[in-house]
Design a protein around this ligand. Sequence first.
Ligand SMILES: [Fe+2]
Length: 117
Amino acid sequence: MFEIANLAFEKGEDSNCKQKNKDVLIMLSTYFESHFKHEENFMQEIEYPLYELHCEKHEQIIKEINTFIKIMSVMDTQTFELELGMFIEKWLVQHIIYEDKKIQGFLNADNETIVEL
Ligand SMILES: [Fe+2]
C-alpha cells in the first residue's frame, strides 16, 4: 500500500501529474477492494462478532477513495498531496491500527491461530 502511495508523491511533469495521481488512486482502490474481500472472507471463517460493522467501515473507505478520485481533478498538486497524506492517515492507517487489530485481539482471546492480516 505504501509503495503505491509513494508513487503519488514522486514528482513528474505537470502534464503527467494528474493522470499519474489518478492512476495511483485507482491502484489504491483496487488494492483495498482485494485486501478487504480477503479480510471479509477470513472474518466469516472465524465468525468474527463485529463482521457487519467492520464491513461497513471497508465500504466507507472505498466510498471515500472513489469520492477522492472524483474531486481530485479540481485540486492542484500540492493540495492533492496534502489531502492524500491525510486520507492515508485517517482512513487507512487508523483502520489497520484500530479495526484490523481487533480481529487479531479476538483470535488471541479465543486462543486460536494468530494470523497477520
Ligand atoms: Fe479491515
